[in-house]
Design a binder for this molecule. Structure first.
Ligand code: ADP
Ligand code: NA
Length: 345
């Protein structure tokens, strides 16, 4: 089996919620542990967070917290390179070089950019879009993402379906570089998505939307640091429906109930929600909520305790960050020597 290089990043924007964990982060740990022959690189991508306004007084703490969370859930510095993107300036160097071979039209077609444009239109309550409200980083961050991946010549990237368009762009940029700057061999592998079996977790209070860190109602999401009591209260308050014949899995007609079943199924590690839901058929909402609260507590109790312990061990966190950054810089330096040679600078 040929060894693969796997890269993924997460922004330091607060403690992850259950959706982040079940939909993305838990999969990183699984990939790390099930494929010891591969190279694993996980990054806390602080520069990406700057595309939205951040409080400088909080960003540093969020940055350290995210590193602690990754360690607490089982990312192991002995098995993976784990580091802060902003500790390796080669990310921005490569991003600049790649931005100079990326057509702006390609970036304007990204769904993420179009969403921002639409939001700026609403804010002005005018039909005209006002790009003066949008910083250039919002347009170009997919190029920085491509640099994050290509800097390590990653072959595989665990992404949710919502990120697939960005990975396609990354492949196009890599291909464009390979063609424009030919050498003895192809400079960049074209990375493949490791699509995680979609575990889209919905908001507890508005099951028409996904669970999100930016929703105004904090009871809509469970954080990995929530206590058993907080978890139970949030689950108890979850919106379901008034069908009284017991629970069943029907995402269209019963989104809230189905979301609780999906959470329970994911907590137990089942791949097939429908199959699992059959075993709960007819259960009352009250009993289901009790089961969900218990399963979520069982799932996060370990990581939560480890996070609290790690937060107090600043020396260890700094050491992991320092060693991770050194390993990341060493790998990326090899890429940049070749990149600079090819572009002639
Ligand atoms: P948020 O939507 O809360 O801002 P991010 O956009 O920072 O979360 O997403 C970080 C990662 O978590 C991404 O890989 C994303 O696909 C995943 N993710 C976010 N929300 C959910 C959710 N509700 N269910 C499943 N996965 C999610
Ligand atoms: Na988001």
């Amino acid at each position: 089996l040929k060894s693969r290089t796997i890269f993924s990043g997460i922004q330091p924007t607060g403690i992850p919620h259950l959706g982040n964990y079940l939909g993305a982060l838990s999969n990183w740990v699984k990939i790390q542990n099930e494929n010891p022959q591969d190279k694993h690189i996980f990054s806390v991508v602080g520069w990406h967070a700057l595309t939205l306004p951040q409080n400088p007084k909080e960003l540093g703490a969020s940055r350290r917290d995210m590193l602690a969370v990754l360690l607490a859930i089982g990312i192991d510095p002995k098995k993976s390179i784990i580091f802060h993107q902003d500790s390796n300036a080669m990310h921005t160097e490569l991003a600049w070089i790649l931005s100079c071979i990326t057509p702006t039209g390609r970036l304007r077609r990204m769904t993420s950019w179009k969403t921002r444009l639409a939001q700026s239109r609403n804010a002005n309550s005018e039909s005209e879009v006002d790009e003066s409200l949008l910083n250039a980083g919002l347009l170009t961050y997919p190029v920085l993402q491509a640099a994050d991946i290509l800097l390590y010549q990653a072959t595989h990237v665990p992404v949710g379906e919502d990120q697939n368009q960005h990975l396609e762009l990354c492949r196009d940029i890599a291909d464009s570089f390979n063609r424009t700057f030919k050498g003895r061999s192809r400079m960049f592998p074209l990375p493949t998505a490791l699509i995680t079996p979609s575990k889209r977790i919905l908001s507890l209070t508005d099951p028409s939307a996904k669970m999100s860190k930016s929703a105004p109602d904090p009871s809509s999401r469970i954080l990995l640091t929530d206590s058993a009591k907080q978890i139970a209260a949030k689950v108890r308050g979850a919106v379901t429906d008034s069908i009284s014949t017991g629970v069943s899995y029907d995402p269209d007609e019963r989104p809230g109930t189905s979301n609780l079943l999906a959470i329970l199924s994911a907590c137990f590690g089942h791949e097939d929600v429908r199959l699992f839901a059959e075993t709960c058929r007819g259960m009352s909402h009250g009993v289901l909520k009790g089961e969900v609260a218990g399963a979520v507590e069982d799932l996060i109790a370990g990581p939560r305790a480890e996070f609290e312990r790690l937060k107090g061990d600043v020396g260890y966190l700094d050491q992991v960050a320092r060693e991770g950054a050194e390993a990341a810089r060493e790998l990326s330096a090899r890429t940049m020597v070749q990149v600079r040679e090819r572009i002639g600078l």
